[in-house]
Design a protein around this ligand. Structure first.
Ligand code: HH2
Length: 397
């Protein structure tokens, strides 16, 4: 089975929209809408072709199949898939459960999407490509984070840790000054910035990697961007007024994470009818709200928020079905690192959750996640190098 693009993708559209006088934010929102892929599958079982057509129609896309596919008696032949990238991403998830060679098609389609048009993440002036998994190393400059609280508050210790994470293979470093562990109390913007400022001042110029700031306060995010951070990691998915506007104006990357409730009480009684479906709908709404505020789709990444208002079962379900979130058309980030669900499953304390973290990262990677927020960069880097090579003919290095 082979996949072949029939029509080159719409390069040059951004130039044409600029000529028409479209606002740069508008160009960022509109160009992906014209990003139509037309792909021929050279040989597909006719039963598969008809399922393919149904699935694509349900997404508002199309599959052109031979008239012969509708005759009794079976057989196979070529088919043509027509859809936007986001539709085809969703299709890979849907086809993975279907018979008659569609599972194989799902795998080919996913590799194809990654190779011809890897998703990318725009961070102010920089762009990260998702043709391989990315690692976001965690640097908490808090007194009370659940696993590394109090260790890197001193700016010199923070710098040393950031350089270690870089040397171990992190692709970006996420600096956080307010713990969001279950039961934690919020702190003021002034206190948060007092912790962050000296660390960012020291770390940003010394680090070759993009720096992300883990905050949900626009005033803290703005100061961090001024200090050289180029990603905002917002565990409230842009809830505070002004956060989307800040991202739109600055062009910074923005992680939209889902949380049910607030850290103080979120683990009291988390409840969902269907956690992945509800969180998917939430994310679709936040992506839309961000786009309306002028944030370019390429700046955005989605994260279901492991441990944020979720029971053990919810966390497992989300990791198992994380591939569904690729249907949103943006890279999926996941942060299982050393979290409570690993302790619950293994009976092990924080310092002994590396293997559990690795298992969660690899399962999520295989299911479709592509950015991993972790404390233990080196083992995750090594494991993903192998898992990436198995999946993609791509070494992950
Ligand atoms: N988890 C934590 C904090 N920030 N951001 C994203 N996008 N996704 C996550 O899963 C996530 C996050 C909690 O972990 P940690 O930073 O280790 O602890 P604390 O909040 O206690 O500082």
């Amino acid at each position: 089975m082979r996949l072949r693009p029939l029509i080159p993708r719409g390069a040059g559209l951004a130039r044409e929209l600029k000529r028409v006088g479209v606002d740069p934010a508008g160009i960022r929102i509109m160009t992906p809408k014209a990003d139509l892929l037309v792909l021929e599958v050279d040989d597909l079982d006719y039963r598969a072709a008809l399922i393919l057509k149904q699935e694509l129609l349900s997404l508002g896309a199309e599959a052109a199949v031979s008239r012969r596919a509708y005759r009794l008696g079976g057989g196979s032949g070529p088919a043509v898939i027509i859809g936007r990238r986001a539709d085809l991403e969703t299709l890979t998830v849907k086809l993975a459960r279907q018979p008659f060679g569609l599972k194989e098609l799902a795998g080919r389609l996913r590799s194809f999407l990654e190779s011809v048009a890897p998703l990318s993440w725009q961070l102010a002036g920089r762009r990260l490509y998702l043709d391989r998994p990315l690692i976001m190393g965690i640097l908490n400059v808090t007194p009370d984070s659940f696993s590394d609280g109090g260790r890197y508050q001193d700016p010199a210790a923070a710098l040393e840790q950031a350089l270690r994470l870089e040397a171990e293979g992190a692709d970006l470093i996420d600096v956080g000054a307010e713990s969001t562990r279950p039961g934690s109390k919020p702190i003021s913007a002034d206190d948060e910035w007092r912790r962050l400022a000296p660390v960012l001042k020291l770390v940003v110029p010394r680090l070759g990697l993009p720096v992300s700031v883990d905050t949900s306060k626009p005033e803290v995010a703005r100061a961090a961007l001024d200090a050289g951070a180029i990603v905002i990691n917002d565990v409230t998915a842009g809830a505070a007024p002004g956060m989307f506007k800040l991202a739109a104006r600055s062009g910074a990357g923005l992680v939209l994470m889902h949380m049910q409730g607030r850290p103080e009480t979120m683990q009291v009684n988390p409840s969902y009818r269907d956690a992945p479906a509800e969180i998917y709908a939430f994310m679709a709404e936040r992506l839309e709200a961000a786009a309306v505020a002028g944030v370019g789709p390429e700046q955005l990444v989605v994260d279901p928020g492991i441990g944020f208002g979720k029971s053990l079962e919810h966390n497992l379900l989300l990791l198992r079905r994380i591939g569904e979130f690729t249907g949103l058309g943006r890279p999926v980030l996941v942060g299982p690192s050393r979290k409570g669900f690993i302790g619950a499953l293994t009976g092990l304390p924080m310092e002994e959750r590396v293997e559990g973290t690795l298992a969660a990262v690899l399962a999520a990677f295989q299911a479709g996640a592509s950015i991993f927020r972790v404390h233990d960069v080196q083992p995750v880097k090594r494991a993903l190098a192998v898992a990436g090579a198995i999946r993609n003919e791509n070494t992950g290095n």
